[in-house]
Ligand binder design. Structure first.
Ligand code: AMP
Length: 291
């Protein structure tokens, strides 16, 4: 695996390649979820390029940025094991050249104002800006991102549409621990007690699926889910049932029937964020698949 730190060196090498490029941007502290993105890129016959860049502009909480786990040597080993071809690990000034403002100016409507947008102001602007910048550097044919960050993926999809970027976005299903906890770089910061409690998030998402199928109202599902998370010792911020494309709240009752009637085929997703001790975890589950 080749490791590049400078944009010019990476570009020089990529310009000599003929295979399509599959790109997986990450913030490092890699786990099996990240590696799945590399596996998918390889399965698709791409040259797999991963980036590790802890993007300061998407952290609304400076403590979160400071405490974000960093394990570069282990990450490189894991990527080699996964068959990754190239690792791009730029310093901040390569991504954000001094004196240049690369902040994107797009209106994402509801997509970046609900859920994470409400609780992490500025986060998605920083995220979309860095993804746009990395796409401009790497120029991949395919972009691999995880369903784990459903709202992030929805915003990147919309950014690609608005900017008419020549890249195909591929969603990789969420990789979970055997007890259902979604893999996350932040999981290593969980106390043993909170690690034991955290699988309640996935259990609650599954409970919501059953409840929606029994046409329990959205409000009752939300309240029931928040209660379950609190009872397990977590501090939930939100539990929402949303349209899989627009992220608008589903109708209070009859969500499945109305989705089927509308014919839009967007699907229904439950999304949640909860603190487990000091660690903020997010997860989601597709309750009804879209087309
Ligand atoms: P991060 O390093 O957390 O910014 O994540 C980098 C990429 O990996 C994003 O596209 C995430 O959605 C994806 N990812 C993170 N965790 C998982 C997981 N458990 N399963 C699948 N993809 C994931």
């Amino acid at each position: 695996m080749l490791i590049f730190k400078k944009v010019a060196d990476l570009r020089h090498w990529l310009d000599q390649q003929t295979l399509p490029v599959g790109f997986a941007p990450t913030m490092g502290a890699l786990h099996a979820g990240h590696l799945e993105l590399i596996h998918l890129a390889k399965t698709d016959g791409c040259l797999a390029v991963a980036s590790i860049f802890v993007n300061p502009t998407q952290f609304n909480d400076p403590k979160d940025l400071e405490k974000y786990p960093r394990t570069p040597e282990k990450d490189a080993e894991l990527l080699i094991g996964a068959g990754c071809d190239v690792l791009f690990m730029p310093p901040v000034e390569e991504v954000y050249p001094p004196g240049q403002d690369l902040t994107i100016d797009l209106d994402f409507g509801l997509l970046d104002t609900v859920m994470e947008g409400e609780f992490r102001p500025g986060h998605f602007l920083g995220m979309a800006t860095v993804v746009n910048r990395l796409l401009d550097i790497v120029r991949p044919q395919k972009l691999y991102m995880g369903q784990k960050d459903y709202q992030q993926l929805s915003i990147v999809r919309d950014m690609i549409r608005q900017l008419n970027l020549p890249v195909e976005l591929i969603m990789c299903p969420t990789v979970r621990e055997p007890d259902g906890l979604a893999m996350s770089s932040r999981n290593v910061r969980l106390s043993p007690e909170m690690r034991a409690a955290a699988p309640v998030i996935h259990q609650t998402l599954q409970w919501a699926k059953t409840a929606l199928e029994a046409d329990v109202s959205r409000e009752e599902i939300q309240a029931g889910a928040m209660d379950k998370l609190r009872a397990a010792g977590l501090r939930p911020e939100y539990f929402e049932l949303v349209d899989g494309f627009t992220l608008a709240p589903t109708p209070s009752k009859g969500a499945i029937a109305s989705m089927q009637e509308s014919g839009a085929g967007h699907g229904i997703v439950a999304c949640t964020a909860a603190f487990a001790g000091e660690v903020r975890l997010i997860d989601n589950l597709v309750l009804v698949a879209g087309r």
